[in-house]
Design a protein around this ligand. Structure first.
Ligand code: GDP
Length: 502
């Protein structure tokens, strides 16, 4: 039986092992035409004190020698101040700083030189003209330096994505997350999983090949089972991270909902610190969903102000109400605004508990922050009653009081909002780790890897050969995540968002 399995398995394994162990990044690199030397402005376009022009490729040394008239290349990675000339016309173009990065110790892994020139448009244009007249040089395409870095094995795909996120980071927490990814946080997690998988696979292969002849202990299967169980549990923990990394990367969706005239638009304007929405005592002013992105304590939040939810026969308003409910349903966090005068007349706990039913647009598991607005209109005796009802309010939802007009309670509201957003993006104190999956692409490959591990677990005791094949498939998915496998298909998508010069 074991012999039959080995024979059947041979063809399968040769293909699989080749698939697992060849380095498609290198294979792809050899088919990628990176013979030309590229140049581009790596600093922002426009007038500036200094502009950095980066040159990458075999001609980089030639560029330095011809444009500086040096007799020998400068000391690697040391800044040298020198005159820059047009090699053909001999014209003096600028006084600049030159740095030489011989391969492989450069960003792209190729020979690189950087020209730190004065950041005037005419200076940069004259240097570009001089570069274009040198043989073998082409202007770089968007993301081409990073693409070369990937193809030369300097960065894996997750690090490339981290770099892209770092360039696009708008808030402090996005910057921190992107930096961690660029520094290889996700890569190291995936590499550890990959090593464990390879180890299990090696044991299974040895068992398949030599199990009977060499008396390999049957404990091998038990050991591998234990390792795979532990690995599957770790991976599942990452998959159960409530998409925190993705939320932080793309922004927490927050919907402000409530009846008409309770102060939703006033709250949006307070949050965005400008007159984003029209505020009016006429009910039904906001008819569409208005979106704004703000930074709440370092976290990106995409706020949607919505039409007041009520029964209406007006066709346009009812479409607004439908959109409001939709925005609330897809939101990660809902702010439900109530008019304080309405709450006076009812029991707070009952009112708060009835909110889901009242509007049937909030999913029960959704984080909801209830804002009792217009407290400036309350008499002090009413305020006392409200305060004591708040203390005794028996609800999981958070309730806060506010006056958009006087801004009383706004600081506390911002604090509550920031805590909620932080929990959504980073988890609470019980969260075991900071999230490392920051994109749907990562999640899909990790989920596929997990599925293969589950298949492996279910057949391991009965069919070691099939179990081993599932382990290979699990490894392939990790390879796709880091770009070792199948990167050709997604490179264009990833580099599309990069700018020229990066
Ligand atoms: P929305 O329909 O829920 O978006 O409500 P608006 O923001 O347009 O406000 C409706 C009315 O309530 C406007 O006249 C606002 O000036 C008023 N309003 C909003 N917030 C407060 C508040 O805290 N106190 C008082 N007194 N009036 C407010």
């Amino acid at each position: 039986m074991l012999f039959r399995r080995i024979v059947v398995n041979c063809g399968l394994r040769i293909v699989s092992i080749l698939r697992c162990r060849s380095n498609p990044q290198q294979h792809f690199a050899s088919s990628y035409s990176n013979k030309s030397t590229i140049y581009a402005l790596s600093s922002a376009p426009g007038k500036s004190g200094v502009a950095v022009i980066r040159v990458s490729g075999d001609e980089s040394a030639n560029v330095i020698m011809k444009m500086t008239r040096f007799q020998t290349l400068p000391k690697p990675r040391h800044a040298t101040v020198t005159n820059i000339f047009n090699h053909h016309s001999g014209e003096h173009l600028d006084k600049a700083m030159v740095i030489w990065f011989p391969r492989p110790h450069s960003f792209t892994g190729e020979d690189v030189c950087e020209l730190h020139v004065h950041g005037g448009n005419a200076v940069v244009s004259s240097i570009f003209r001089a570069l274009s007249e040198l043989p073998g040089l082409n202007h770089a395409e968007a993301g081409e330096y990073t693409k070369r870095a990937f193809l030369n094995g300097k960065l894996d795909l997750t690090e490339v994505e981290g770099l892209g996120d770092l360039i696009h980071a708008e808030t402090e927490e996005q910057r921190k997350q992107a930096l961690k990814q660029m520094d290889g946080l996700l890569k190291s997690v995936v590499e550890t999983w990959g090593k464990d998988l390879l180890n299990c696979l090696a044991h299974l292969e040895a068992y398949i090949d030599f199990g009977e002849d060499q008396h390999i202990d049957d404990d091998v299967i038990d050991d591998v089972t234990t390792k795979i169980n532990s690995l599957a549990a770790q991976i599942q923990e990452h998959l159960n991270d409530k998409r925190r990394g993705e939320l932080l990367r793309s922004g927490v969706r927050l919907a402000i909902v409530g009846k008409p005239n309770v102060g939703k638009s006033s709250l949006l304007n307070l949050l965005t610190t400008k007159q984003t929405a029209i505020v009016s005592p006429i009910a039904g002013t906001t008819r569409d969903v208005l979106q704004s992105t703000i930074d709440v304590n370092g976290f990106p939040v995409i706020i949607s102000d919505t039409a007041g939810i009520r029964d209406t026969t007006d066709v346009i308003e009812s479409e607004g109400v439908r959109r409001a409910k939709e925005a609330a349903l897809i939101a990660d966090l809902v702010i439900f605004v109530i008019d304080a005068m309405e709450i006076i007349q009812s029991n707070l706990t009952t009112y708060v508990k009835s909110i889901n039913k009242q509007l049937d647009c909030i999913n029960e598991n959704q984080r909801t922050l209830i804002v009792i607005n217009k407290i400036d209109l309350m008499k002090s005796s009413q305020m006392e009653i409200l305060k004591s009802s708040l203390k005794n309010c028996d609800s999981d939802m958070m309730v806060t009081t506010l006056s958009c007009t006087t801004q009383t309670g706004f600081k506390q509201f911002l604090n509550d909002l920031s805590n909620q957003v932080k929990i959504l993006c980073l988890g609470d104190d019980s969260s075991p780790f900071s999230p490392s999956l920051t994109q749907e692409r990562h999640r899909a490959h990790v989920a596929n890897c997990f599925t293969e591990l589950c298949h492996c677990q279910s057949v391991l005791k009965d069919d070691v050969v099939i179990a081993a094949e599932h382990l290979r498939l699990a490894m392939n998915n990790l390879g796709k995540l880091t770009g070792k496998i199948g990167a050709e298909d997604i490179l264009d998508v990833i580099f599309r968002d990069f700018c020229i010069g990066k």
